[in-house]
Design a protein around this ligand. Sequence first.
Ligand SMILES: [Zn+2]
Length: 184
Amino acid sequence: MNEKTTRGRARGGRRRIPLTVKWLAPLAVLGLLALWIPTTDAWVAVRAQMRAASWEKEEPRGPDNITPRMEAVRDAVKKEFGIKGDLGCYREDGGIAGGGEHPLGRACDVMLVDAGGKATGEDLELGRRIVEWVRENADEYGIWYVIHEQRIWSSRWPLKGNAPMEDRGSNTLNHYDHVHISVY
Ligand SMILES: [Zn+2]
């Protein structure tokens, strides 16, 4: 390989650079770019939007009137956290302006304490662990967003983390008594 040189340059009297060496620097730069780009915020943001757009909308079905995607998340959460009772999923009134995803069968609520209360101690910890699980498994299950403790995490905007929300006026509306999960 060392015999192969850049002839044009050699004729011009300049030092002969072996081809392997000549290509090493650009290849190293490309390699570093390939490693660096996926770690940039811009790439993370673009990838999240592309991933979000890739989920086809589903319609609710069956006696529980939720989508297959929501059903999979509901069952996985119940299994993961040993929740015996039902989660509050489909209901006609989503409880927020615009309706939200409950009337579409694409949302479930995991109650941590009695409605209207404020979770503390183990109940609060459970809520936080559920949020963590949802975030970690969002890509696999097609999770759109999760709300708990007046904070929202969305798979569309992963860089915002658990973003603070406006005060809606009650423990329930501020999600201190339950965790809300929406799917695409
Ligand atoms: Zn909800």
